[in-house]
Design a protein around this ligand. Structure first.
Ligand SMILES: O=C(O)CCC(=O)C(=O)O
Ligand SMILES: [Fe+2]
Length: 280
């Protein structure tokens, strides 16, 4: 496996900690919104080699300027044009999410509106990723170590540089960027919503030692207090439940406070929750 530099952010000039907003959007805390260097405020070793700008997006908000407003509050008035671009981008991701959820339901043979209505009031996370070139890249530095996304769906737009790999058929496969093409990844929570029929996608990202790379990730998640549970139609008589019910907020908080996202997040969360239930 590729080497991941320890504490790579030490060599990146780090400005002030991420600005954060107070309060909640749809029951998901938004204190992680803003600019961040590799989530350095949360983890001290083996950090992802990247900088991020993150904010939340409410799928059924009546506020047509929600993204413009949040970008304004995080970055200031001079970023109004950026806010407008991301408003349009997130609204388009909202539309794409609806189509994808309907197609996924059809593919599973469940009511075609099932997932669409579960995600009707979804609260997703928009993240802009910036991977600076890494001069320590002798045998391949990782911008993101191997992990499955804990969310439901990831709608990923890469630039032309490349570096993304997915683990499939027992090997790592490059996902070369194609112009105007999205990569759609299944995350842990959609896996749970299908009782394991759709598998969460293990992936990683290499960084270049010469050029910077950028990508946009729109992480689709249900409202935080929704119970994640597969539809009855997927639970035939023979079919046992692969994962217990949980609320998206619980898994999200686990990834923020207890264990950094990796290849086994959902299993670790289920084990951690049953051990904390047992000790109470
Ligand atoms: O930048 C990419 O290609 C993917 C980023 C990613 O996997 C993540 O942010 O979870
Ligand atoms: Fe990811």
């Amino acid at each position: 496996m590729a080497n991941q530099p320890n504490n790579p952010n030490e060599s990146i000039p780090v400005s002030n900690p991420a600005p954060s907003t107070e309060g909640n959007i749809g029951s998901v805390p938004v204190s992680d919104a803003g600019f961040s260097v590799a989530h350095a405020e949360r983890y001290t070793t083996v950090l992802p080699w990247k900088e991020t700008f993150t904010f939340m997006y409410n799928h059924n908000s009546k506020n047509e300027t929600q993204v413009i407003d949040v970008v304004d509050s995080l970055l200031g008035q001079e970023f109004q044009q950026t806010g407008l671009v991301y408003q349009k981008y997130c609204d388009a991701m909202n539309d794409l999410t609806k189509v994808l959820l309907e197609l996924l339901a059809i593919s599973l043979g469940v009511d075609r509106k099932h997932y669409q209505s579960f995600f009707e009031d979804a609260v997703s996370m928009m993240r802009c990723n910036f991977y600076p070139p890494c001069s320590a890249n002798l045998s391949g530095a990782l911008g993101n170590g191997p992990h499955c996304d804990p969310i439901s769906l990831t709608l990923l737009l890469q630039d032309q540089v490349g570096g993304l790999e997915v683990f499939a058929d027992n090997k790592w496969l490059a996902v070369p960027p194609k112009p105007n093409t999205f990569v759609i990844n299944i995350g842990d929570t959609f896996m749970a919503l299908t009782n394991g029929l759709y598998k969460s996608c293990l992936h990683r990202d290499f960084v270049s030692n010469k050029v910077e790379r950028k990508s946009l990730t729109f992480f689709v998640s249900p409202r935080g207090d929704k119970t994640v549970s597969p539809p009855d139609e997927l639970l035939g008589k023979e079919e046992s439940r692969k994962y217990p019910d949980y609320k998206w907020n619980e898994l999200y908080q686990f990834t923020q406070k207890t264990r950094r996202v990796d290849a086994h997040t959902l299993d670790s969360f289920v084990a951690w929750r049953s051990s904390s239930d047992a000790s109470n």
